[in-house]
Design a protein around this ligand. Structure first.
Ligand code: CTP
Length: 405
């Protein structure tokens, strides 16, 4: 049994939150409901109070509430913060870090996982402002139960309808209980770019943000794996519970991976490792001179290919997962890479497609294994990570969990 705080914000889907609370209780969870002011226009507090047998919190100013600083007390006691429905306004307040009501203060104060079930009109959902807020929450590790398509209360038919209560309950339940499938296993994940120094102030880098690798590390850790995250320079905060090894160049990353490979059962190479590095690094800053500057480059070690040459899986080689960022003939190139590097699974990424690639929070990928391939629709990097770790579990021989493909 877990302690779940269900935040209800002011959308027509608020009435469905009643069914979600019931469903969570049926699974044995202890639910406390927090409502925004606008939510109270759609459903009465009494309804939630009657089914949860707990006081419903909707204001931080109610007398008696500050005796134990309620939003901090609840934030600390919750194992999950689930918001149903999450309106455009609530999403914006979370994304901006506002603390102007009880629910938004609670979001800032909790370190529990956060799951949002957005619901709004199709055009609102597609608005760049909403998309940017969703992306920034996703980058911070917030998870979503994606809205479905169908008839919307505003008369439009399209995407934006609150996911079905059963789906929300199942997702929340899986989030709370699905933590042990990788317990006892160790996974090494690489992420981010590498920087190849030219002199003490200049380097050759690339546009990788590290988000995909960080999402994979977070997901594997959430399922109980011991995760070593070998990361090139990024601006991201490492996910909770992973051990972080910071590196700069491709050579550093190679050394760090090789130092740990014997301790892990799987390696996910999500880093965008430089293929070339300057032949030498100038000890002092190179001053400009007339004419151009030609820098001789040499090949770096291909880390993934080196791992692929290790003795076979049967002799203890870890499961190997690589990425292939391509702009054309995506699947042919990726399949050739998979075979050439001797890896178990390649994640092919068509970086020419909108919504895929380096500096966005979404991705469009195909998983290629020797036994077949699967193309996924556009989804957040966090959701790609879930699907990828599902595959990884299968490659590791972890027994499948009901409901997972
Ligand atoms: N990789 C690696 N070591 C390198 C270069 C890449 O381990 N020195 C890994 C990446 O982490 C990724 C995969 O190999 O998992 C990408 O393969 P690669 O052939 O390097 O892809 P591209 O750089 O896109 O290749 P190419 O320029 O050959 O298309």
């Amino acid at each position: 049994m877990a302690r779940i705080t269900v935040g209800v914000s002011g959308g027509i889907g608020a009435y469905k939150a009643v069914e979600v609370v019931r469903g969570l209780q049926k699974k044995g969870h202890d639910v406390t409901v927090v409502m925004t002011n606008s939510a109270r226009r759609f459903v009465g507090e009494l309804t939630f109070e009657a089914i949860t047998k707990r006081r419903v919190v909707s204001s931080q100013w109610a007398p008696g509430l500050n005796a134990d600083i309620e939003h901090i007390a609840l934030a600390t006691a919750s194992d999950l913060l689930l918001v149903v429905p999450a309106t455009a306004n609530t999403i914006a307040r979370f994304a901006q870090g506002l603390a102007d009501d009880f629910l938004s203060s609670l979001y800032l104060a909790t370190t529990a996982p956060v799951l949002l079930a957005p619901a709004m009109n199709t055009h609102m959902l597609e608005h760049p402002a909403v998309a940017a807020n969703l992306a920034s929450l996703a980058a911070r590790g917030v998870r979503f139960v994606q809205p479905g398509e169908g008839y919307l209360a505003c008369g439009w038919v399209g995407k934006g309808r609150l996911a079905e209560p059963e789906e929300i309950v199942e997702t929340a339940h899986a989030q709370l209980t699905g933590t042990a499938s990788l317990a006892g296993r160790s996974v090494l994940v690489t992420a981010g770019p590498t920087f190849e120094d030219l002199d003490p102030v200049r380097f050759i880098g690339n546009r990788s943000s590290g988000r995909m690798g960080y999402a994979v590390a977070a997901e594997a850790a959430r399922r109980g794996a011991a995760v070593i995250l070998v990361t090139g320079p990024t601006h991201l905060d490492p996910p909770a519970g992973v051990s972080v090894v910071r590196v700069r160049s491709a050579a550093d990353m190679h050394a760090a991976v090789m130092a740990h490979v014997a301790d892990v059962q799987a390696v996910v190479m999500a880093a965008a490792v430089a293929d070339y590095t300057p032949e030498s690094v100038a000890a002092q800053k190179v001053a400009k001179a007339d004419g151009g500057w030609t820098v001789p480059l040499t090949r770096t070690v291909d880390i993934l290919a080196a791992l692929g040459r290790l003795p076979s899986r049967a002799e203890g080689r870890p499961v190997l997962i690589g990425f292939a960022a391509e702009t054309h003939d995506v699947l042919d190139h990726a399949e050739a890479k998979r075979a050439r590097k001797g890896v178990d699974l390649i994640v092919a990424n068509d970086v020419a497609q909108p919504g895929a690639g380096f500096e966005v929070d979404t991705n469009v990928v195909t998983f290629l294994e020797a036994r077949g391939r699967e193309t996924l629709p556009l989804m957040t990097k966090a959701d790609v990570a879930v699907r990828l770790v599902d595959r990884l579990e299968r490659l590791l021989g972890v027994p499948p969990v009901a409901g997972r493909p």
